[in-house]
Design a protein. Structure first.
Length: 389
């Protein structure tokens, strides 16, 4: 036992000796971030140009919108390296395998999944938070740490066959009934933002909305029979068993657009830009009781071992500015800036899009705090139901 204890102590000491090497690199970047938070755009631009010279800023992002974004280069003269666009799970594997090992992989990271961001990336010191000067005065405090770049919608859509009066879904409890089976949806085990929104649904706030919709649809109060922990788990289980899993949002959008009247799907709003929408309608336009879909954040962070931290801060500044949002996301529907001064475009409005506040009221908004609090039980339960399909 003493020998084992000695080995454990020695290993602990060795780990302790290695930590200052990582901490030193992080401290250098952290000092830059602390300085950058008090700098104007022009001051930061000057520092960034001096820092990067003819180099290229590295971007790793789960959203393809910012990969090789030319408007930033056109504005600043700063080049972007060929970006990396991994999925939700892969991006955290890359952070662990590269940043966690002290290897440079990118300067700026855009990622989803609040649970993994907080419990893996932030907890292990792989990323650092930067809030541009002035943004803290106008954005919601809850969106500042970790910093949200955009919110995005995943909504219920259906094919109306060209009949604008067709409104098959007026209540979310219909989606749990056999006659409405087949709505296409990405498996939430693979799509972490959907998993987090389903977990968020189990909060008291959304239990109340589901109970109100239940009473309206069935004409009676929901009463627990002991099968489910609360009303949200009943809806989640029945919806999962009733829907059809498809592995891509773009496929779901295409299936609904080209399908028979009544075909339906829950997919990201922005995918409408790539399909014929002549026969497409959104449940949010029909005043569906309960909720119209999901709203989830995309976060933007600085890599703890960024090669160009001033330039990384400049890019974050750009992405969260009115100009940056308009150039990168604002042309299409389904993305909403953390900056409340950045409006959605006329093109987005033509598709029926609305400002962020509208979606915050009629969707399940991913709640990172609630997700953290109940993740172990909720994830296990939902994943088990998904596996049983």
């Amino acid at each position: 036992m003493k020998k084992i204890l000695s080995v454990l102590i020695a290993l602990t000491l060795c780990m302790g000796l290695m930590l200052p090497m990582v901490a030193s690199a992080e401290t250098d970047v952290a000092k830059v971030i602390a300085e950058a938070q008090n700098m104007t755009w022009d001051e930061l631009l000057a520092k960034a140009k001096e820092e990067i010279g003819d180099g290229e800023l590295g971007i790793m992002s789960t959203t393809s919108r910012v990969i090789n974004e030319q408007s930033f280069t056109e504005l600043t003269g700063i080049k972007l390296a060929e970006g990396s666009n991994p999925n939700d799970s892969k991006i955290y594997e890359l952070m662990e395998g590269e940043i966690g090992a002290g290897l440079y992989t990118a300067d700026v990271i855009l990622t989803q999944d609040s649970f993994m961001l907080v419990n893996k990336a932030v907890a292990n010191g792989w990323v650092l938070n930067y809030v541009p000067k002035g943004l803290a005065d106008i954005a919601l405090e809850s969106d500042l740490n970790p910093l949200v770049c955009t919110y995005n919608t995943r909504l219920f859509f259906y094919n109306n066959g060209g009949n604008k009066d067709m409104k098959p879904y007026t209540n979310v409890w219909q989606l749990t009934e056999p006659e409405f089976a087949g709505m296409e949806f990405k498996n939430p085990v693979d799509e972490k933002t959907s998993m987090n929104c389903l977990i968020t649904m189990t909060s008291e706030k959304y239990q109340a909305k589901l109970a109100e919709a239940y009473k309206s649809y069935y004409g009676k109060e929901w009463v627990s029979d002991g099968t489910y922990m609360n009303i949200a788990y009943e809806w989640i289980h029945k919806f999962i068993m009733n829907c059809t899993f498809i592995n891509k949002d773009s496929t779901i959008a295409s299936d609904v657009a080209a399908g028979a009247p009544g075909s339906s799907g829950l997919f990201v709003f922005s995918k409408l830009r790539s399909v014929d929408t002549a026969n497409m309608a959104g449940c949010y336009n029909d005043g569906i009781e309960g909720f119209a879909g999901f709203l989830y954040p995309i976060y933007i962070q600085i890599a703890a071992n960024a090669k160009y931290p001033y330039t990384a801060c400049l890019f974050v500044n750009y992405c969260t500015s009115v100009n940056g949002y308009t150039n990168v996301w604002g042309k299409d529907m389904g993305s909403y800036s953390v900056n409340p001064e950045a409006p959605i475009s006329e093109n987005a409005i033509s598709y029926g899009d609305q400002p962020l506040a509208y979606w915050q009221d009629c969707t399940i908004v991913e709640d990172p705090v609630h997700v953290q609090n109940v993740y172990a039980f909720a994830y296990t339960q939902i994943a088990m139901w998904c596996a049983s399909k």
